[in-house]
Design a protein around this ligand. Structure first.
Ligand code: CTP
Length: 405
């Protein structure tokens, strides 16, 4: 799958650099041409000799190396790849990327490249949770940089928490899904819904749910990366805007439906939003005061089904309609029923039972249900699910053999 793909692998200074050796080996096994760049701090953890032996190529280390510049200028090096991967991506290199610093070879390449960049963060849990790192990450995501991991677990420093670099297999899966759809949806248009909806009780209160919008936003980013003109209709989330995507912000289910209808025609539509099934029958025009006593029951009425409505839009129906199913029991049975009831082509069924930490978490366990049967996907990061779905969508259009407009 990675045959002939050129990967520029930037190895920064973290203990997780040892896993990058394994990643390099696996990439080479799959036919990729890996060229490594090692930062000064990275060289404290792995040797250039080991990286060179595994990649079968020389390792680049210095910005002001006359020999390297003579062989290949650093700008050329930054362009001469299909994908740039930063692993481990330390707090330091992420901060430099966000700020646009270019004080050494690695950061200069990252600033000069015109290629996609995928980063695998690795750092101590406190550093990962620090507001500075959170802000840098949001900036990088907004610019379209892919992030894989980190994972939770014991750390080399003796602490426990989020910050361990994703395992080589997970990084490899993210790289493969990145290539799976790349450019293959050029000329297509896509509509994606994401996030929760808020249903107003009064001007300050609403009924909502815990959806983070991570999955829907990642799908919009992946479809845009694959070349589709993508419109994202999103309920309120804290997720950064994905790069290259047109965003329409809404609050309620009815607003979401209106925005989706306005987005038609679209070649493909993916409904990842957790739309509230019901809304208060009446919205109070003013804040309900405590002094007026507990309101007792709030009467609810059913919301429109955005997915079902778009799937039944006659000649405006997208050629491919994909829904999600959040289930806690009889996942397959319920997903099949939803497929029929909502008139969609694929359902990505998601186990959200307590303990799975799917809602608001970083990973999904997907069973893809279609008229052709069921396909179980391994537990993947939401980014990797998005990449895989974009790849499947590209396969589907290619199998139909119709050229994009
Ligand atoms: N959906 C939608 N509009 C709604 C409800 C759901 O577009 N009013 C979409 C979701 O975005 C998702 C799919 O329908 O793609 C299934 O959502 P889910 O919450 O699993 O299904 P429900 O219809 O709410 O069914 P139930 O509550 O019985 O599980």
């Amino acid at each position: 799958m990675l045959d002939g793909k050129r990967i520029l692998l930037i190895v920064a200074g973290g203990i997780a650099a040892y896993k990058t050796l394994e990643l390099t080996r696996r990439l080479v096994e799959r036919g990729a041409a890996v060229r490594c760049v090692l930062t000064a701090a990275g060289a404290e953890f792995v040797t250039p000799f080991a990286l060179s032996a595994l990649s079968g190529d020389k390792v680049y280390r210095e910005l002001f190396s006359l020999t390297d510049e003579h062989e290949m200028g650093h700008i050329q090096l930054s362009r001469d790849a299909d994908l740039v991967v930063v692993a481990p991506a330390t707090a330091d290199i992420l901060a430099k990327m966000a700020a646009g610093l270019a004080g050494d070879l690695a950061t200069t390449l990252l600033l000069a490249t015109d290629k996609d960049v995928l980063a695998a963060p690795a750092m101590n849990v406190r550093m990962w949770e620090h507001a500075a790192t959170r802000a840098n990450l949001a900036t990088l995501r907004e610019r379209g940089i892919g992030i894989v991991g980190p994972e939770e677990g014991p750390m080399a420093c003796g602490e426990h928490g989020w910050g361990r670099m994703a395992e080589p297999a997970a990084i490899l899966a993210a790289i493969e899904t990145w290539f799976a759809a790349s450019g293959r949806l050029g000329g297509r248009s896509a509509l994606v819904t994401s996030g929760p909806t808020w249903e107003a009780v009064d001007p300050v209160r609403y009924i909502g749910n815990r959806s983070s919008g991570k999955q829907g936003h990642a799908i919009a980013a992946a479809l845009a990366r694959a070349g589709a003109r993508t419109r994202l209709v999103t309920g309120p989330t804290h997720e950064p805007d994905p790069a290259g995507v047109e965003i329409v912000r809404v609050e309620s289910a009815r607003e979401m439906l209106k925005a989706c209808r306005a987005a038609l025609p679209s070649d493909v539509a993916v409904f990842a939003a957790a739309v509230a099934d019901w809304r208060p029958a009446r919205k109070a025009g003013h804040k309900i005061k405590k002094s007026s006593g507990a309101p007792g029951a709030i009467e609810l009425v059913e919301n429109p089904d955005v997915l079902a409505s778009v799937a039944a839009a006659g000649n405006l129906r997208p050629a491919l309609v994909v829904g999600f199913a959040a289930e806690t029991d009889d996942i397959l049975g319920n997903a099949r029923k939803k497929l029929d009831r909502k008139g969609c082509d694929w359902i990505l069924a998601n186990d959200v039972s307590p303990g799975t930490e799917v809602f608001g978490g970083d990973e999904n366990s997907i069973r893809m249900v279609s008229g052709d049967g069921v396909e179980d996907w391994p537990r993947l990061s939401k980014e990797a699910v998005a990449g895989r779905l974009a790849g499947r969508i590209a396969d589907w259009f290619e199998a139909r053999g119709e050229a994009a407009e």
